[in-house]
Design a protein around this ligand. Sequence first.
Ligand code: 5AD
Ligand code: SF4
Length: 458
Amino acid sequence: MKVCLQTYGCQMNKLDSALVSSALTDAGFSLTQSVKEADVILINTCSVREHAEQRVISQLGHLKHIKKNKPNLVVAVIGCMAQRLGNKLLEHEAVNIVCGPTQIPQIADLLKQALEKNEKRLAVTEKILQKTSESQNQTLETFESTYGVEDKQIPSQAFVRAMRGCNNFCTYCIVPYVRGPEVCRPPEVIIEQIKKLASEGIKQVTLLGQTVNSYKYKKDGRSWCLADLLDAAAGVEGIEWLRFVTSYPSEEFFDDIMQVMAASPKVCNYLHLPAQSGSDKILRAMNRHYTAAWYLELLDKARAIVPDIAIAGDFIVGFPGETEEDFQATVDLLKKARYRNSFIFKYSPRPGTTADKKLQDTVPADIKQKRIATLLEVQEEMSGQLSRDYLGKQVKVLVEGLSKKSHINTAGDNNPQLVGRTDTDYIVVFNGPASLTGHFAKVKITKTSPLTLFAELL
Ligand code: 5AD
Ligand code: SF4
């Protein structure tokens, strides 16, 4: 039986998809990229913005037509939308299975049942805001440590979950309602997994969590925080680079984490620390527990400990009640923060969240659009300035593979164009042998643009 797996959303979802692919292969399924060839279409979905959901709904509409000629095709929806919509999604004509993020260990069985009996099946958590039960955690742990998580798309890199869920309840955010409360994975399990990955040739591990910097675990009288986890992971032979995403602006453990970053050559000098807004009024309405000034001080602290740290941010524009003045405060923060890159989104009301229940989506679409464009422009100027500092420098990159765009090779050799990343997460494009894929290379930067560096291989 052939499964075509399509993934939307964040790294967490990509990691779930990697686990699911591995589990399905183990259960005797084979994977295909082709919808035509597939017996099962498995869609791993995201609910973070309405747009992400709309893409899935239109894909389901398309599959409904395909099913007219191919009635035995099984369509399974997994991930955040599955948990959010549950039965409503199951009612869709095209859908056979709806399976939430907590239920993915059941996916192979659910597919087998659907292929045998043409029944609709729902597997989601009924009370998602309640603490997950021990047995549920255990099932997820066993699933997670049994199946391979190496990122098949980028050789020698892997993602490892440090924690699931989120307890923060930012008023705009759907995550706590689809991924449930925060659960930190035991440190020894994480380290064991990293050792296994290293023995399979993985060189870079990225630790994942919605607020990964708040990782904590108590065991045998010892307390672990993310800094301890990074330190232990850095001790694993074969692992050369460690990253972690995403962080929440908080003082707890912050110094310790920055100290390990400064001290360990393996911990990449990169911090993704979303601010979301530069207006204290909006930050309060978002239930973010800091002010703009405090956030900027935190960045100063990071830079004092790790001088060449690259910092990336996220912003939401057009949050309910955001005035021109509030927006100017965001522009101001963006300028002062000196981000190497920012991810900027239009506010999208998510059903069930506090912002959606209590606040009107007052900012018109065209104003949201204008504010995004303004922020992007300011960010591009900053990114351009920061990347110019790299000109003429020699840097180490981890090579990800052939560059997607077929640029003209001007080096006069027969090498293809490759892309790699610096430890500060800059994309570097250069000519070199394809055999460098998955390996480190030394390059010299010859040209820069805001988000991409161009280089020659040394
Ligand atoms: N609307 C727009 N953007 C959102 N994000 C999270 N929820 C929403 C929403 N309802 C953004 C935040 C977060 C990133 C992953 O997505 O900036 O950091
Ligand atoms: Fe990831 Fe959040 Fe989207 Fe779920 S809703 S896939 S956790 S970004």
